[in-house]
Design a binder for this molecule. Structure first.
Ligand code: DGT
Ligand code: CA
Ligand code: ZN
Length: 643
């Protein structure tokens, strides 16, 4: 995505072969695109494109083909390309004209390639006609309506370009937690496996389980004598699209999806969610996306300090430094030491020893703070007074309440979802299919809902009779309608086990002000049938903001209801696209005594796995076992639901 990833790869020190098959294939592809941007003739462009495909799908070893000269016998590799590839692989140098083209192509033109639906041909044309040299230029001429009159364009394609620019901006800024973690954990395990890496950990926002990740930070413990070799080995790992810098203790790279051996796919996605994030264009961007990563190589004895520092957050670090100062000590990424004239690793020689982060906290008379909590949201105070929460864990969960089946827009049947829940080891599962107003999600009629209720009772009886300790709960995800009304007659709602009430008509709710939205939600919550407030803000991460709503007022209202003996719970929607309730407000719900349901909102068997992200965010929001309804057994939950 970023301009940086368009440089030609640097030769491996260990060569020949100086470049891998993938690197050669990718460079040929880039040349084809740059030639097209440059207006080269189509035959030339095509020969590079074909060469890229051919090399990319070779079953033989490229180094051997070059050495034996067989490369020239491959159909589709002419003399020119054959020479270029041979020189690169055996001497480590790219042809001058390749280097020139890379250097001379304006970075802005390459940046524009990231806009969905805008290819090299269009960019060249817009550059020639309107002098467009960057994404910013392109946005300007579109806004000024200068693109739509051009031949081959029009109002519609002009708007599509504008939408694409917006999408690119959103996409380039940060990645969702699930995506960031997939890159991070894959890269981490590759680094951990290198000879000479004694320990390695993910740091930064990924370790703190923030809902979105800016870039990845990894800390590795390496003996000074091994640093240079390990650095080179990291640089030759798969999945590195470009190297931004490599010093003696830090490697900065850009990773792309070639890091995933099994490929990269989004999986089953709710169509409404896909639409909100930008549809197929977004899917494509995700599968050709990149993420920046920094690896710090430090001597093993300072590892814990460096890990703590780069785990952050910055705010937490500031508080930690103050705690050190209060003891007359200085804390940084190298150690915890008396004030000294020395700096860096030399100063570290005077540090108090710490092999683990726990020991660092101990030196400061603090209880160990788990990374999720390091946001300066009260954890330092709690740590000092030994009152940190005992956070929930994935294995403690017994079930989840909000899931879909084929009765509405799910991909799996009731029986399949129940089987899957039992395989996970859950004790119960709640089914809450969509209500009739949500036509796009195939909302089920009252009749179908009650039929599903009957089937569920049958299943429950069969399990009970055969001594299986598992139960389904029969609910509905009711759309919240005009004036905060629910979507089924009261007598229907009274028959089923529970109601998850959620807003789906986003355009209506986004068109109104906070007080009106809040009022309608309060009305809906006061309905005796409403048990759970589903995805409270409707936000889609990196997709759309939620509607305006005073969640503090809502949570306070729910708090009161719970005090009066009613069950009014809030959902922490675990889909990595939502993570809604936000973790900052989970803590508030806990303080107010509003129970939380962590719900995968699964639309398939695989979707149940999203519960994992809900647990991460619940931990980040300070949730303990007693705050989370998922910890109840089905007998306990039945009592709370009064069924
Ligand atoms: P991100 O990448 O935007 O999702 O968020 P982080 O938290 O990963 O931030 P990043 O990558 O800029 O830096 C990683 C950690 O390094 C950060 O959480 C705390 C630490 N750090 C970086 N710069 C500073 C700084 O200027 N002061 C302090 N105290 N810590 C810093
Ligand atoms: Ca980071
Ligand atoms: Zn929903």
């Amino acid at each position: 995505m970023s301009g940086g990833s368009w440089a030609l790869p640097k030769a491996r020190k260990a060569g020949p072969p100086y470049f891998s098959r993938n690197q050669v294939s990718k460079s040929l592809h880039q040349m084809a695109v740059l030639l097209e941007l440059d207006g080269a003739n189509i035959f030339r462009t095509r020969s590079y494109q074909n060469g890229s495909r051919l090399i990319g799908t070779l079953s033989q070893d490229l180094g051997e083909l070059v050495e034996s000269g067989e490369i020239f016998e491959l159909k589709g590799i002419g003399k020119g390309l054959g020479n270029a590839i041979s020189n690169a692989v055996s001497d480590g140098v790219w042809p001058d004209d390749w280097v020139d083209l890379h250097t001379n192509t304006p970075a802005g033109l390459i940046e524009m390639l990231g806009i969905p639906g805008v290819g090299p041909k269009k960019i060249k044309f817009l550059h020639d006609e309107l002098g467009v040299l960057s994404v910013a230029d392109l946005k300007e001429v579109c806004t000024k309506n200068e693109v739509s009159p051009l031949k081959g364009f029009g109002k519609k394609s002009q708007q599509k370009i504008l939408d694409g620019i917006e999408l690119l901006a959103r996409f380039s800024a940060r990645r969702r937690l699930d995506v960031g973690l997939r890159y991070g954990q894959t890269f981490l395990s590759m680094i951990s496996a290198l000879d000479g890496v004694e320990r390695a950990e993910l740091a930064g926002s990924a370790r703190r389980r923030k809902e979105t990740i800016g870039d990845l930070d990894i800390v590795a413990a390496v003996q000074p004598r091994d640093v240079e070799r390990v650095t080179q080995e990291i640089l030759s790992l798969n999945g590195i699209a470009d190297v931004k810098g490599a010093g003696d203790s830090k490697v900065s790279v850009i990773l792309d999806t070639s890091i995933f051996e099994e490929g990269f796919s989004l999986g089953h996605l709710d169509s409404k969610v896909l639409e909100a994030i930008g549809g197929e264009s977004y899917e494509q961007m995700e599968s050709s996306g990149t993420i920046d990563a920094q690896v710090r190589l430090v001597p093993p004895h300072v590892f814990a300090y460096t890990l703590a520092y780069f785990t952050g957050s910055k705010e937490h670090n500031i508080r930690m430094r103050q705690a050190a100062q209060n003891k007359g000590l200085k804390l940084n990424e190298f150690g915890l030491m008396p004030e000294t004239e020395l700096t860096g690793l030399e100063a570290a020689a005077t540090s108090l020893p710490a092999l683990t982060e726990k020991e660092i906290y101990k030196h400061l008379d603090l209880q160990y703070v788990t990374p999720e909590l390091r946001e300066d949201m009260g954890e330092i105070e709690a740590s000092a007074s030994n009152t940190l929460p005992e956070l929930i864990t994935l294995s403690g969960l017994q079930g989840a309440l909000h899931n879909h089946t084929t009765l509405s827009d799910g991909a799996a049947s009731l029986a399949e979802m129940a089987d899957a829940a039992r395989r996970i080891g859950w004790n119960w599962l709640g089914i809450a299919d969509h209500s009739p107003s949500l036509v796009v999600a195939n909302g089920a009629s009252a009749e179908d809902l009650l039929a599903q209720y009957d089937t569920i009772q049958q299943y429950n009886k069969e399990w009970k009779d055969s001594g299986i300790d598992f139960r389904l709960f029969s609910g509905v995800e009711s759309d919240i309608l005009e004036d905060g009304k629910l979507d089924h007659p009261d007598d229907v709602l009274a028959q089923i086990d529970y109601v998850v009430a959620s807003v789906h008509a986003m355009s209506r709710w986004k068109g109104r002000d906070e007080s009106q939205n809040t009022e309608d939600l309060l009305t809906c919550l006061d309905h005796p049938a409403t048990t759970v407030l589903g995805h409270p803000t409707g936000r889609i991460l990196q997709g759309r903001d939620g509607y305006e709503i005073d969640l503090h007022a809502i949570l306070e209202h729910m708090s009161q209801a719970n005090k009066e003996g009613q069950l009014k719970a809030v959902e922490l929607n675990a889909s990595p696209y939502r993570l809604d309730l936000d973790w900052r407000l989970c803590k508030r719900a806990k303080e107010l005594g509003v129970p939380v349901f962590i719900n995968p909102d699964a639309h398939s068997v695989k979707g149940l796995g999203d519960i994992e992200y809900g647990v991460m965010v619940g931990r980040k929001g300070w949730l303990e076992k007693s705050d989370v309804m998922n910890y109840l057994t089905h007998q306990e939950l039945a009592m709370r639901l009064g069924v």
